[in-house]
Design a protein around this ligand. Structure first.
Ligand SMILES: Cc1cc2nc3c(=O)[nH]c(=O)nc-3n(C[C@H](O)[C@H](O)[C@H](O)COP(=O)(O)OP(=O)(O)OC[C@H]3O[C@@H](n4cnc5c(N)ncnc54)[C@H](O)[C@@H]3O)c2cc1C
Length: 448
């Protein structure tokens, strides 16, 4: 079938409508561009732990691309091949293949969960990278409570939750889900005397190694006080349907194993023929231009971006950096030659129960003030005002009422063009009680 053909708006074609791509399109404003994305919205990922815990309505963490960047043409589809000589990208859409011609190409395809060759990992781990993962994990945890209530002989196993990866995503997801199970425990009187076991495993010497030592220590103390077992300098040896074996030989019987240990560039990046580093990231210079190319740029999680403010290491994969890169690239595409340079203003994490840690402008904060600052920061970063208000309202309502314990609906039928390799992984069974063959079907839930 001969693909339909089209020229990118103003010659600028952006692959990926995530944090980097969508912000770039927004910042290009009236200059216009064409953005290719399988989703109609940008997901604000830092809210995923609170979505999983039912504190924020999932829809509200999605910012529709057509609202966020009204001057951008949105092609709903999945880029499949790049022809650099012909300056075209082939896109699979619901309407068939589409050939998009460009003058300037921007690659912002993001990342997927890093799944090393650990026996059983692909089959039994729940990754935590996108909304379908968060939804699946939430449903799974709630189902574990029901399973424990039904089967007292295996209740402890159903109420054992193991998380591998003590970065932001792992720590925040564990803390928020722990709070969810705590809040809904009143509806399970039969489980009052059953021990819940929460285990956090990491190969490093401490948790949250991105934050200054004292803040990491505070987070460790907070989690340990609540009974979380933190196992440092420990890896995962193998994962089975109902158990995990750690590198120190410990075998933990569990129905829930969550994997948040790192990301790798999106698989399509390897097929584009662009120069990549040893981690598979596209190599770019200080103007985010791809090495040895004149008309291709890359940014966000899929790129190795050198930062003039931190010459000793390239940017880490964070929203904060993706946004600053998008700002610089928007200026570069307008003709600026100033090299990219960004010094992070700080970092922070919420730890559930109104606790958090934050480092802002050199100050280290702990407890409630830190939790409020982290929430306020994220709220400010959500691009559309109506979205910010909805998220704020959700947060306030979840304080007035208890956490919502409703499971999120799962139905079948994600079209082939919209599926990703990570969804193929997600479709595999997890534990005994997940709806493994189900995929989430509302448009906003289709995540790459
Ligand atoms: C649970 C979690 C919590 C996080 N918390 C924080 C935090 O608190 N603070 C922080 O700074 N960072 C956080 N991050 C990291 C942050 O989400 C990423 O660094 C950021 O999203 C990177 O932006 P990106 O545009 O490069 O990638 P993404 O946002 O992943 O966007 C990639 C886009 O490419 C699209 N795509 C995929 N395949 C194709 C294709 N074939 N064709 C076209 N488009 C395609 C995807 O659908 C997606 O829209 C978190 C990440 C996770 C997973």
């Amino acid at each position: 079938m001969t693909p339909a053909a089209r020229v990118a708006r103003n010659g600028t074609l952006i692959l990926g409508g995530g944090f980097a791509g969508a912000n770039l399109a927004r910042l290009l404003g009236r200059r216009g561009a064409t953005i290719v994305s399988p989703e109609s919205s940008m997901l604000y990922t830092p809210l995923l732990p609170e979505i999983a815990a039912g504190a924020i309505e999932p829809r509200h963490a999605f910012v529709p691309l057509r609202m966020m960047c009204p001057d951008t043409e949105h092609v709903r589809g999945r880029a499949v091949t790049l022809d650099e000589a012909g300056k075209t990208v082939l896109v699979e859409t619901a309407d068939g293949p589409l050939l998009l011609q460009y003058e300037r190409l921007v690659v912002a395809l993001g990342s997927t969960a890093h799944m090393p060759a650990i026996p059983g990992l692909n089959e039994h781990a729940i990754p935590f990278k996108n909304l379908s993962d968060a939804t699946r994990l939430r449903n799974h945890v709630l189902q574990c409570l029901d399973a424990a209530d039904l089967n007292p002989a295996h209740a402890e196993q159903h109420l054992t939750f193991v998380f591998a990866g003590a970065g932001y995503a792992g720590v925040e997801a564990l803390a928020e889900l722990m709070q969810l199970t705590h809040d809904v425990a009143r509806y399970y009187p039969g489980l009052r005397n059953v021990r819940q076991r929460w285990v956090l495993v990491d190969t490093g010497m401490r948790i949250l190694k991105q934050v200054p030592g004292p803040l990491g220590d505070y987070a460790t103390t907070q989690l340990r006080k609540r009974g979380v077992e933190i196992r440092l300098s420990t890896g995962v040896e193998s994962v089975e349907e109902h158990a995990v074996t750690l590198s120190d030989g410990t075998r933990i019987e569990t129905e829930t194993f969550v994997w948040t240990a790192g990301v790798v560039p999106h698989p399509l990046v390897a097929q584009l023929g662009l120069p990549r580093d040893e981690r598979g990231r596209i190599v770019v210079d200080s103007s985010l231009r791809v090495d040895s190319r004149t008309d291709v740029w890359a940014l966000g999680d899929c790129a190795r971006v050198p930062n003039g403010a931190t010459p000793e290491h390239p940017d880490p994969p964070t929203c904060q950096h993706a946004l600053r890169q998008a700002r610089r690239l928007a200026n570069v595409l307008r003709g600026s030659t100033t090299p990219y340079r960004y010094r992070s203003i700080g970092e922070g994490a919420t730890l559930g129960r109104d606790r958090g840690i934050a480092r802002m402008f050199g100050m280290c904060l702990r407890g409630l003030p830190a939790a409020l600052i982290v929430r306020a920061y994220h709220l400010k970063q959500v691009p559309v005002r109506s979205r910010r208000l909805r998220i704020l309202t959700d947060g306030l309502l979840s304080r007035i009422f208890r956490r919502d314990m409703a499971e999120l609906g799962m139905i079948e039928g994600v079209p082939a063009w919209s599926q990703t390799s990570s969804q193929a992984v997600q479709a595999s069974p997890v534990g005994s009680s997940s709806g493994s063959e189900h995929t989430i079907a509302t448009d906003v839930l289709r995540r790459g």
